[in-house]
Design a binder for this molecule. Structure first.
Ligand code: COA
Length: 169
């Protein structure tokens, strides 16, 4: 997961964004995520998200190359001890190609998915990230996410996670 800074020639205004469209996108997303996230996911995990919530998955492109993606969902959630259901957003995966980092792409992908979740009535949005992933923590906390819980040995590599939460309402 080396972070190269080969971003000098990138024309940021040529980066385009769109939702998940087809099975072809699935292969693209898997290719990117598998390289950039430590946790391996089976293909049915990817399928579960992108087929049920294509409107909550975004891909970023530069000159026909997919350079970033975010995979999320929004569904009903019943809080313990409460009668009313809430709508809870969940960001499952986020990755930006190493050659395109620190250009605001991660921020843009998160903004897009948060805006869509809010538009669709989210009450809260959650995700998990490794406690050692300082760049992701910094990025999410800049949107107002707070550290809700520490999840011990959450990942297969043995690392703990923070569950981050953003209260929308
Ligand atoms: C985390 C990740 C998505 C950030 O993507 P990005 O496009 O480089 O992020 P942005 O350019 O939008 O950065 C926005 C802010 O995040 C923080 N940030 C991003 N990368 C950082 C780094 N390496 N070190 C410190 N802060 C960082 C900064 O506050 C940055 O704002 P600034 O550039 O104005 O200082 C990217 O590094 C990545 O794909 N990492 C590997 C996969 C991963 O960790 N995914 C998240 C799992 S929860």
């Amino acid at each position: 997961m080396a972070e190269t800074a080969n971003t000098t020639n990138v024309e940021v205004d040529k980066i385009t964004y769109r939702n998940f469209e087809s099975e072809k996108d699935l292969a693209i997303i898997i290719g990117l995520i598998e390289k950039e996230l430590s946790e391996p996911y089976p293909i049915y995990t990817y399928r579960y998200f992108v087929q049920k919530w294509p409107q909550h998955t975004y891909l970023a492109f530069y000159e026909d190359q997919c350079i970033g993606c975010i995979v999320s969902k929004l569904d009903d959630h019943q809080k313990h001890g409460q009668y009313e259901k809430q709508k809870r957003g969940y960001i499952a995966m986020l990755a930006v190609h190493p050659d395109f980092r620190r250009l605001g792409l991660g921020r843009k992908l998160i903004s897009k998915t948060l805006d869509k979740m809010k538009e669709d009535g989210a009450d809260e949005i959650i995700l998990e990230t490794e406690i050692t992933n300082l760049s992701a923590l910094r990025l999410y906390e800049s949107f107002g996410f707070i550290r809700d819980k520490r999840l011990l040995s959450y990942y297969l590599n043995g690392n703990d996670a923070y569950k981050l939460k953003l209260y929308v309402k």
